[in-house]
Design a protein around this ligand. Structure first.
Ligand SMILES: [Zn+2]
Length: 228
């Protein structure tokens, strides 16, 4: 059975019609990274979640292509900044997330959503072994997650997980002192919360004996990172 399904889309920015692809029946692997990236067997759903208009560069999830009225100011920004980057070649998935993050920023979306797009861009670069691209996007994700934290966008019940995540992203770009601070905060906060002992344990592990992968059957943070 074909793993891919053609997805005809109409661009809400330039109104042109084009075909994108959807991945069907992705099969989860038992590999989850300690920054919560969930790997799949074969084709990664991550690479097919954002669609990019090949004419103007508008990028987003399928539902964002269903918007009716894209505001004129946003259209102008897309045409000025993204349209010149379009060519005949397919756009790399990491760049698609970066374009979607730019659009989210121009649209005034919540920092938490922008942060997720940057983090997912970093994962695409990691899968493609693009170390520099990964590092750049992890830095952007740290900035946005920290901003989201300072803006109080994160509900108390999710706080310890995001504190841990910010620590882990710092660790992954070699900022160990900052990582240790966030791990410590995550651990203290998690211990004051019901059912968050696992966050405290993970934070302590990453501070003292860091690992790149999580050893556990059930993935962590699935709810928080699966949607936007
Ligand atoms: Zn377009």
């Amino acid at each position: 059975m074909n793993q891919f399904k053609t997805l005809p889309l109409t661009c809400p920015c330039c109104a042109k019609v084009f075909d994108s692809f959807q991945l069907r029946h992705p099969l989860k692997s038992d590999i989850q990274y300690t920054d919560f990236f969930q790997a799949f067997h074969g084709a990664q759903p991550l690479n097919y979640s954002i669609h990019t208009c090949p004419h103007c560069g508008f990028s987003g999830q399928e539902k964002e292509f269903k918007q009716k009225d894209l505001n004129e100011d946003l259209k102008k920004k897309i045409k000025a900044k993204l349209m010149p980057l379009m060519s005949q070649h397919n756009v790399f998935s990491g760049q698609q997330y970066e374009y979607a993050a730019m659009i989210a920023q121009w649209s005034g979306d919540a920092e938490l959503r922008i942060a997720k797009l940057h983090l997912k861009a970093a994962w695409c670069y990691r899968n493609a072994r693009g170390r520099e691209g990964e590092k750049k996007c992890l830095k952007n994700a740290i900035t946005s997650y920290t901003q989201a934290y300072n803006n109080k966008e994160i509900p108390d019940s999710d706080k310890s997980q995001y504190m841990y995540l910010i620590g882990e992203l710092h660790r992954r770009i070699g900022e160990l002192a900052k990582a240790a601070d966030w791990f410590e905060k995550a651990k203290d906060y998690a211990l004051s919360e019901k059912d968050h002992k696992w966050v405290a344990e993970l934070a302590l592990q990453q501070k003292t004996d860091p690992k790149d992968y999580i050893q556990r059957e059930k993935p962590y943070m699935e709810r928080l990172l699966s949607d936007f």
